[in-house]
Design a protein around this ligand. Structure first.
Ligand SMILES: O=P(O)(O)OC[C@@]1(O)O[C@H](CO)[C@@H](O)[C@@H]1O
Ligand SMILES: [Mg+2]
Length: 285
């Protein structure tokens, strides 16, 4: 049967590579905006430039009317962040902006595509490592055309877990994040890690380098592509309360299997994070 989204998938890979080349060459890492006082969320001119390139290319190829776009920088400028049934591209042009600014070598372009609110495919280009991760619903996950698979570790004591401390620096949230990390570290696990980009973290789950990555406070553009890649590599996605994964909820546990996911969930101290789709007042559907 003909696959209706093959062209979109191939195009996403091409656009992600093109965007990654722009990031690699960008001397411009000037911090343009650092929002709100309690958050440390860096934005550079490169973030905005790369998002324009990605969305511009996609609009030219697929037309503006039929496809919708959720992009980190466009949402920051007031565009709606609502997932409708329409074909929708979910884009983080530079995941790991803080890394990019500091020359810490993990920076990713993340592009996902959803139809009828279901993720169809995800592409993550880890542009400084030059690794292209990609996955399509039901068709496996790949890194540079090699099939990837999550780890088969079921014993939490033999695991490496990733978490990030995020951009919100309000002391009560930071306290909960570090308390959770302390509890997980002392289970004990082999180690705790963090690459500084959610997209890359999810690729590390998908390749079996780590057993899990969880975070409260991430956005849909950080994790949409990674969600497809983890799932297609044999992993699981859950909410931090053990319920079903919800892309717009800003909470997620991604893991190699449910045993590891649920063991971590036991330790997570949940705090509130405003949903991505509540950030917008206009409801489109
Ligand atoms: O703003 P950016 O660079 O796209 O996102 C960077 C990032 O660190 O922020 C998230 C929220 O804490 C992270 O997990 C995520 O990958
Ligand atoms: Mg991001």
């Amino acid at each position: 049967m003909e696959d209706p989204w093959q062209k979109a998938y191939d195009f996403a890979v091409t656009v992600a590579r093109k965007a990654g080349e722009v990031i690699r060459k960008a001397g411009e890492s000037e911090i343009k905006v650092s929002t709100k006082s309690s958050t440390v969320d860096l934005v550079t001119k490169t973030d905005e430039r790369v998002e324009k390139i990605i969305i511009g290319s996609l609009k030219e190829e697929f037309g503006e009317g039929t496809h919708c776009f959720i992009g980190e920088e466009s949402v920051a400028k007031g565009e709606p962040c609502i997932l409708t049934h329409k074909p929708t591209w979910i884009i983080d042009p530079v995941d790991g902006t803080t890394n990019f600014v500091h020359g810490f070598p993990f920076v990713a372009v993340s592009i996902a595509f959803a139809v009828n609110k279901q993720l169809e495919f995800g592409v993550i280009y880890s542009c400084l490592e030059d690794k292209m991760y990609k996955a399509r619903n039901g068709k496996g996950a790949y890194c540079d055309d090699e099939l990837i698979q999550v780890s088969d570790v079921k014993d939490i004591n033999k695991s490496i877990i990733i978490s990030e401390h995020g951009t919100d620096r309000s002391p009560e949230k930071v306290k909960k994040i570090f308390s959770t990390m302390q509890k997980i570290l002392c289970i004990p696990v082999h180690g705790l890690r963090g690459s500084g980009t959610a997209a890359t973290n999810m690729c590390l789950v998908a390749t079996g380098a780590v057993e899990a990555f969880f975070e409260i406070g991430i956005h849909c553009w950080d994790i949409a592509a990674g969600a497809v890649i983890v799932k297609e590599a044999g992993g699981v996605l859950l909410d931090v309360d053990g319920g079903p994964f919800d892309l717009m909820s800003r909470r997620m546990v991604s893991a190699n299997n449910e045993v590891i996911a649920r063991r971590i969930i036991k330790e997570i101290e949940i705090f509130s994070a405003e949903r991505d789709d509540d950030m917008c007042e206009i409801q489109l559907e």
